[in-house]
Write a protein that binds this ligand. Structure first.
Ligand code: GAL
Length: 424
């Protein structure tokens, strides 16, 4: 090839690469963000202060951006996810939205190719080393990294008021056997042994019971399709749950998780099983002192195990304010971001370098346990199961709350496990 033509071709190729790089625009926050930033989540009311603190931190760096806090109320995001689905389908995505790390993210919007790959952002912010490698795996696929984790929550927790337990002459049950021993004693004193909230949150109780009955190895086997949904073990999960429901409040279906927590605070109930956003609620909204005014332990039969979930935020393709969204994600994933949000939220930071001196007594124990316990993924909050399975599980739980038949529930669950390929 004559020299001149070679040079022209080389320049053309280089220009082509530059153009391609510009058009495909890898994720990185280059230009100072302007305009608006719409943040979509389900953190309103009692969970609002933690999000507000994070938004304040963002605004202290990007005062010129107008933040629109588009939070949709509902425990565990059921309503919010429905609204998000409609908006995504209509081609009207928010700039950044909350999603649980794990199958909830990967099995929906990543599979539908509606998210931007954030690998470049992770690299430029030094996050490949800042977050635990297993967590990065959970928010990634071979094709990219799809969201920025803001926290680690624990789901398998039992909440109580130590002074009340003393008054009633009971201690926190270490196993369900213990629970069934003390429950009649509580009932005889006019106290509900266990508070329960709206039907959706029964999935939460179910996963705590399942972890106790199965143990961590079989729990993991279940989600890899290596444990039959109709096996004796799985039948006994439903049996234990049916037994527990005998000791819960009749008005559960009309209560939010905050109202069920209030039953424990005001002495109507002895215990409540819920994630550690309860700690955030009790400290931030009720101004109670962890370890004094309220106590906690692993839910019965799950000592030494940490069932985790992580909230994260992603960048949908076609976000109207992409640069602002990238700046938001950078704040969210920073050390300061995690340590601003989580002490108010009841969670611990997802980062390995968080400053624990900023956290309350509850979160300090959570950080300790996260470092030493056996870690397993939550079902109710999208770590181990995809959204399709979770949606189909909801009516099975609804029905179970009425018929309380372990066999019916186990066989129904097997059907959806086959449908969603969580089966041998
Ligand atoms: C979960 C979320 C938590 C908390 C909880 C109750 O889905 O991960 O951060 O918000 O719902 O609303």
């Amino acid at each position: 090839m004559p020299n001149g033509i070679f040079k022209v071709t080389a320049v053309a190729v280089i220009l082509g690469f530059i153009l391609l790089a510009y058009v495909s625009s890898p994720v990185s926050a280059k230009n100072p963000p302007q305009g608006e930033l719409e943040i979509f989540s389900w953190w309103v009311g009692d969970e609002g202060p933690a999000l507000d603190a994070l938004i304040e931190l963002f605004q202290s760096r990007y005062a010129q951006v107008k933040v629109i806090n588009a939070a949709v109320t509902s425990g565990a995001g059921r309503n919010a996810r429905a609204v998000l689905k409609t908006r995504m389908r209509d081609g009207n995505p928010p700039d950044s939205f909350q999603v649980h790390a794990g199958q909830e993210l990967i099995g929906t919007w990543v599979r539908a190719e509606r998210m931007e790959d954030l690998t470049t952002l992770f690299q430029s912010q030094g996050w490949m080393k800042a977050f635990p490698p297993d967590l990065i795996k959970l928010i990634g696929t071979d094709e990219g990294i799809w969201s920025v984790p803001i926290n680690i929550h624990r789901s398998n927790l039992l909440w109580y008021v130590p002074a009340n337990l003393k008054k009633w002459g009971v201690t926190p049950p270490a196993s369900w056997k213990d629970f069934f021993k003390i429950a009649p004693k509580l009932r005889a004193q006019g106290v509900k042994p266990l508070a329960l909230a709206t039907n959706g949150t029964t999935n939460h109780l179910w996963e705590s019971v399942a972890l106790a009955v199965l143990g961590p190895d079989q729990w993991n086997m279940l989600w890899k399709g290596n444990l039959d949904w109709t096996s004796e073990m799985m039948i006994s999960v439903w049996q234990v749950l049916a037994g527990i429901l005998e000791y819960t409040n009749d008005d559960a279906s009309s209560l939010s998780w905050q109202q069920a927590t209030d039953m424990v605070v005001n002495g109507r109930a002895a215990f409540y099983i819920m994630g550690d956003w309860v700690a955030g609620y009790l400290i931030t909204s009720h101004k109670l002192r962890p370890g004094r005014d309220f106590g906690w332990s692993a839910s019965p039969g799950t000592g030494g195990q940490f069932m985790f979930l992580a909230d994260s935020f992603g960048l949908p393709q076609g976000a109207p304010n992409r640069e602002a969204a990238l700046a938001w994600l950078a704040v969210l994933g920073s050390r300061e971001g995690g340590d601003t949000f989580n002490p108010l939220k009841g969670a611990i930071s997802a980062r390995l370098d968080s400053d624990l001196s900023k956290y309350n007594a509850y979160s300090k124990t959570a950080a300790r346990d996260f470092g030493r316990d056996r870690i397993v993924g939550s079902f109710a909050y999208g770590v181990v199961a995809n959204e399709g399975f979770m949606n189909d599980f909801a009516p099975i739980m609804e029905m179970f709350l009425k018929h309380r038949n372990p066999y019916k529930a186990a066989y129904a669950a097997e059907t959806i496990a086959i449908k969603h390929r969580i089966m041998r």
